[in-house]
Structure formats: structure tokens, C-alpha cells
Design a protein around this ligand. Structure first.
Ligand code: CO
Length: 494
């Protein structure tokens, strides 16, 4: 599919050297009430934003090959009556503690980090370093740092102290993996309208076994369904609708030999198979109706924005790339040439489950990532999508803005902090007494390349064009992160 018009290259809205500065290790774990505030924190905004991402990019100057190999660090920003408190802590995984004590890299990373000592030091060392760096959720009374290739780590939500690995009440075997992208069904049809958390696990082999798990608000396993799909699968995220869990199995192959021989990380042995279709795997969440697989021309998908059912059509909105960006052994991620890469763009897929057909349509040309919706509209018809976005409407570039897309009218609103600001994932927080779908705030952690510090930006989700309600400048920088969530409990005593 034609993803972009490559002739339309916009002038740069950013300075690449400044962008680099967001990729530096964090050296301090801090606790403080935020006092550098432009604007005012809404007094109705009460709760805690938890966010995960790589906090280390090196150990004693030995660089990780890719930020995705960086050890997870949780930031918690707690709000109460117009005040905000910041705290950051590394997830003290076993490997993190060992490497900090040794002062050097002891483990290979999935995305190409090698131990010092060349091939001989790395060949046949297939231990996985659980870096717990991708997402952080509070569910069933537990705060869990998630990484898709191993078990979660549990943390104290007040102090962010690491409490240890968590096997989800015996569900996971030692080292057992669960994905880092759970979705909460706000009104589960099978549970009398109570919320449930849906997540999945993948077991690789000649065929890949996908298992969908659904958990009650207390963390109890409600439902489990497994499905084997032919071939290797690399699936980071999925989508849920009222009755389905939807997976996009992108066309990739895996040759583990260079990994075994110490030449590449496991993630670098995945090759995108251009021209082959993605398989959309549609798993009924309740009952025993058969799983449906429908081929789609979808490029590569990391994240889905949402899915819903309407008039016998299953709609899935996803951010698509032309191909899986490769992480080459000799390449330095900081030398990324954005202009040479195709952007991620939002597409809509409309599946006719009776006929097994699909129609697809591009919804947004702009380079976007980290889609977010009102939590009560997850898996349901929705009107507004919020995404991290490039400053210019065409071409590929770092995320410097938050885009609100009205899927009904096509209206777009952009809040940009270009040229010095670099956006993180937007998190939608509903107003406590809100009724409209956009009655809420959007929170996003930006890196400010000029100040070399990060700031939390609070936007009015109804109108991004009015600028920030408040900008809270932190005392340090937070490296470009991954995912997080907001909960209405304030996990701090002011
Ligand atoms: Co993700």
C-alpha cells in the first residue's frame, strides 16, 4: 500500500543534536513536589500517572545498542488539589542489580546489545535479561512493570520500591512471558458490565500459540483461550472490541542463527517479508466460536488505537508502517535519518466477519504513534483519537506534538512544542464529572531539548489549540519513554 508521498519533505522542525540529548541515562532517583509550574494544575485532577521507559542507555559508559534494551525506570506523578509530586525509581530486576554491582554489561539485549568481549563472549549465551521497561499498570491491587518477553515485576505504588517478580497468582511459569499491552474492557458483556483486563501471551515455535487472558478487577483469572497460528509471530500490541480480541500477525521471519552465534540480538534476527500479507487473527472472547483469520495488506503494526463492532462490521484502527524498521548490528540508533524512513500513519480496517473480507482506508497522513482514547470507549464506538505526532503534516520526524483527530468530522487539532519539545505518549484522563467523550485532560511527558529537562504537559482534551493548561518542569530529563497509565488514586501523602 502507498503510505506516503515521498516528494513531500517538510523543512525540519527539530535539531537532531538536541533530539539525541533525550537518550541519556538517568543518574538520580528523586522525590519532590513539583514547583516549577507554568499555568495551574486543575484542582479536579486527582490521581497518579505512572509511566515506564528505558532509564539507562549505558552502564558505566558501555552503551546499549538500542534504547529498547535499556533498563526500565518508572516515573510516578501524583496529583492532589492542584499540587503534584514526582518520583522516579528503576525497576530493580535481578539483572539490573547484578549489572549495577558489576559496573558493566553482563547480559545481551534483544535489540542487539552485546557483552564486551566480542563473539566469543556472546555466542550461545541465550539468557534473556528481563528489563521490565515497556508499560506499568495498576490492577488487582498490584502495580506491575511489564516487558513482553518475561514475567512482570511488582512495585509498591507509594514508594516504587521493587517487590519482586510476579507470576500472576501462579498463572506464569518461571520466566513465563505476558505481553506489555493489556487493555481494559470498561463494561465487559460477560461480567455483568464490570470492567475486565484483557492481555495475551505468545509462545513461539513452528507455529505460535497465542493465549488471551481476561482478569477480574481483583486480578482473578476469568477466561483463557489459546489459538495456534502457523509460523513465527512478533506481536507487540493487540486490540479488543466488545466480543473479540484482534491480533495482526505481520509477515516476518525469524532466523535465530546469528543470535546463537553471538552476532546479533534476537530482535535483529526478525526480517520483514515485504509484499506478504498480514494475517488479522480475530479471536472470540466468549464461548467457543471459531477463530477467524483474514489477510490484510497492512505493512507493520506496533500499536492499535481501538476496535469496535458496528452493523456486523468489526472496525480496527491501527498505526501502520511500510515495514518493520530494522535495527542493524553496525548502526547507531542516534544516527537515525528520519527523512529516509516512512512514517507511521493511522489506518482503519473494516472487517466483514461473515464474508471474511476487509476494506481499508488511511485516516491520517501525519506521522503518528502512541494512540490513546477515552478509557470508557476502549472496544466501543469512539469519536476522538489522541496521538503523539510530528510537527509537520507530512514526512517522518520525531514526535513533537499531540494530535487530536475527530473521526466523525475529520477535524484535527494540534498542540506542538517544536522546535525544542519532544512528545511522549498522550494519556487521556476523564473529568470526574464529564459526560462528553472529550471531557478530560491529556497528559504527556515531553523532553525539552533546550533546557535538557522533561516537563509534564496538561492539555484540555476538548480543545488542544488553546495551549497547555499547565506545564510542570521536572528537575531532570527523562529519556524518551514507552507506555503509562493514569489511575484516580493519589499514591502519595502530601
Ligand atoms: Co507499545
Amino acid at each position: 500500500m502507498q503510505l506516503q508521498d515521498k516528494s513531500a519533505i517538510a523543512p525540519r522542525s527539530y535539531d537532531i543534536a538536541e533530539w539525541h540529548k533525550g537518550y541519556r541515562s538517568v543518574s538520580q532517583e528523586l522525590d519532590y513536589e513539583i514547583d516549577e509550574i507554568e499555568g495551574e494544575i486543575p484542582v479536579e485532577l486527582n490521581g497518579t500517572l505512572f509511566r515506564n521507559g528505558p532509564g539507562l542507555l549505558d552502564i558505566n559508559g558501555q552503551p546499549f545498542h538500542h534504547p529498547f534494551d535499556g533498563d526500565g525506570m518508572i516515573c510516578a506523578i501524583a496529583f492532589q488539589n492542584g499540587r503534584a509530586h514526582f518520583r522516579n525509581r528503576f525497576v530493580r530486576t535481578e539483572a539490573f542489580v547484578e549489572e549495577q554491582q558489576a559496573g558493566r554489561i553482563l547480559y545481551r539485549g534483544v535489540f542487539g546489545t552485546q557483552k564486551p568481549g566480542g563473539i566469543l563472549a556472546n555466542a550461545f549465551d541465550c539468557r534473556i535479561k528481563n528489563i521490565a521497561n515497556t508499560n506499568v499498570i495498576y490492577w488487582g491491587g498490584k502495580l506491575l512493570a511489564l516487558w513482553e518477553a518475561a514475567e512482570p515485576y511488582r512495585l509498591d505504588p507509594q514508594t516504587l520500591e521493587t517487590l519482586g517478580k510476579d507470576d500472576l497468582d501462579g498463572l506464569l511459569p518461571p520466566g513465563g512471558a505476558i505481553a506489555a499491552h493489556p487493555h481494559v474492557d470498561p463494561v465487559c458483556a460477560a461480567d455483568g458490565g464490570t470492567p475486565c483486563l484483557v492481555n495475551f501471551a505468545m509462545k513461539p515455535g513452528l507455529s505460535t500459540t497465542l493465549t488471551v487472558y481476561e482478569f477480574s478487577p481483583s486480578g482473578r483469572l476469568l477466561r483463557k483461550r489459546s489459538h495456534a497460528t502457523p509460523g513465527f509471530a512478533f506481536i507487540h500490541d493487540f486490540a479488543i472490541s466488545e466480543h473479540y480480541a484482534i491480533f495482526f500477525q505481520n509477515p516476518v521471519s525469524f532466523n535465530p542463527l546469528p543470535w546463537l552465534l553471538g552476532l546479533r540480538g534476537a530482535g535483529q534476527c526478525i526480517t520483514f517479508q515485504t509484499g506478504k500479507p498480514t494475517q488479522a487473527i480475530i479471536v472470540p472472547r466468549f464461548g467457543n466460536a471459531p477463530v477467524k483469520t483474514i489477510p490484510v495488506e497492512a505493512g507493520f503494526v506496533f500499536h492499535h488505537a481501538n476496535a469496535f463492532e458496528q452493523d456486523n462490521v468489526l472496525v480496527v484502527d491501527s498505526i501502520c508502517y511500510e515495514a518493520l524498521p530494522s535495527v542493524e548490528p553496525g548502526a547507531d540508533y542516534r544516527q537515525t535519518n528520519f527523512e529516509s524512513l516512512a512514517p507511521g500513519q493511522l489506518w482503519r480496517f473494516r472487517f466483514d466477519l461473515e464474508r471474511g473480507t476487509v476494506e481499508q482506508q488511511r485516516l491520517e497522513d501525519r506521522c503518528v504513534e502512541f494512540p490513546s482514547v477515552h478509557p470508557n470507549h476502549v472496544g466501543r464506538p469512539y469519536r476522538y483519537a489522541y496521538m503523539g505526532a510530528a510537527h509537520h503534516p507530512t514526512g517522518n520526524a520525531p514526535l513533537q506534538a499531540i494530535l487530536k483527530l475527530d473521526l466523525l468530522t475529520g477535524e484535527r487539532q494540534l498542540f506542538s512544542l517544536a522546535p525544542h519539545g519532544y512528545a511522549g505518549e498522550p494519556v487521556f484522563v476523564p473529568f470526574p464529572d464529564g459526560s462528553a467523550e472529550d471531557d478530560g485532560w491529556v497528559l504527556s511527558l515531553f523532553f525539552n531539548g533546550k533546557q535538557e529537562r522533561s516537563e509534564l504537559v496538561i492539555l484540555d482534551a476538548r480543545d488542544l489549540t488553546q495551549g497547555a493548561i499547565a506545564r510542570l518542569t521536572l528537575k531532570q530529563h527523562i529519556p524518551y519513554g514507552l507506555h503509562g497509565n493514569f489511575y484516580p488514586m493519589t499514591f502519595h501523602h502530601f
